[in-house]
Design a protein around this ligand. Sequence first.
Ligand SMILES: CCCCC/C=C\C/C=C\C=C\CC(=O)SCCNC(=O)CCNC(=O)[C@H](O)C(C)(C)COP(=O)(O)OP(=O)(O)OC[C@H]1O[C@@H](n2cnc3c(N)ncnc32)[C@H](O)[C@@H]1OP(=O)(O)O
Length: 329
Amino acid sequence: MDAYKSSVDFAEATAFLSHACYEQDKMALRATLKNKSILSGLLSRLSSCSSHGRVCVSPVLVAQRRNNSTSPKLKVDFNQSTGVAVMHMQNPPVNSLSLGFLTEFCIAVEKLEMDKSCRGLILTSSQPKVFSAGLDIMDMYGKKLEQYEEFWRAVQEMWLKLYSSNMVTIAAINGSSPAGGCLMSLSCDYRIMADNPRYSIGFNETQFGIVVPVWCKEAMTTIVGHRNTELTLELGLLYNPSDALKIGLVDQLVPEDQVLATATKTMTKWLAIPDHARRITKSMMRKPTIDKIMSIREADMQQYISFISKDSTQKMLGTYLEMLKKKRG
Ligand SMILES: CCCCC/C=C\C/C=C\C=C\CC(=O)SCCNC(=O)CCNC(=O)[C@H](O)C(C)(C)COP(=O)(O)OP(=O)(O)OC[C@H]1O[C@@H](n2cnc3c(N)ncnc32)[C@H](O)[C@@H]1OP(=O)(O)O
């Protein structure tokens, strides 16, 4: 129950903050993530505002420079006449899900969610060849415990916001989508991927010594079944688009230049279904998973912090980061 309350609190705070100026939004939301007592104070003043009832430069320095960028990491094109928003992820070079990105993402989704005229959300990438490289490894490496906590809360929130959205959500996967990138697309209602054999999608975590959170396993199982989830997660498998289609990890493959157009067409079909019936059905399908995750949210946080801060985990992440950097040089 506490875990649920904490999530609803976060959502309420996010909803309120979305009315304020954009850069201030981000700073304030970061503060709420950092300090739950600020959050409680904010909420006691604002409880009536909520409408949310749903459920050889060092690699470290290079990445820090990237993450400190203040340019928007998302571009949202909302078409009032169709009620569809297209969210373009633009966090170069690979749309990694950094704390900054996740904060912006949560605010943007919340804003759309509160706008009753917005009924559909298409998620896509502005970066060439990559949908999203998953969680930003720099936010999981060499940080303080409070920073791990702040980051993980934002990861949990991103998943909850997307998975429990009332909008129709379609992932237009126009590039590779490993790990957290795959999780993001799995949280949507429908996945359309570019039919390019150079792209991959799946969960490679175990290959570099990381374990996916239990809620990721739960969500994946509901989509591709127990056996495919077991094989993918244990072996850290990434699939090319046609293999991903075979196991149901994506719903449709289309030529690369037609991903967004197909997503738009598909959205029209989904939006032809009466909203209330579709929403209630979506909630019926997803609520059990959401409730389960809510009940273990704080335990999940503790598990993450303890796992990620272990010397052995940090060592493996360091090795993996070096490997990613060397790949280019
Ligand atoms: C027992 C209890 C357990 C509890 C456990 C709880 C929680 C689990 C914890 C963590 C879960 C993590 C999930 C994740 O998402 S981890 C991230 C996994 N992602 C990856 O492994 C993808 C790595 N990237 C790639 O494979 C390629 O970059 C990609 C195919 C996406 C694109 O290839 P491309 O050739 O275009 O680009 P690169 O040259 O490889 O990369 C450019 C640049 O970007 C840096 N980079 C890539 N990915 C990341 C990343 N995820 N985070 C940060 N930085 C990344 C890369 O190092 C290059 O940097 P530079 O050389 O330009 O400095």
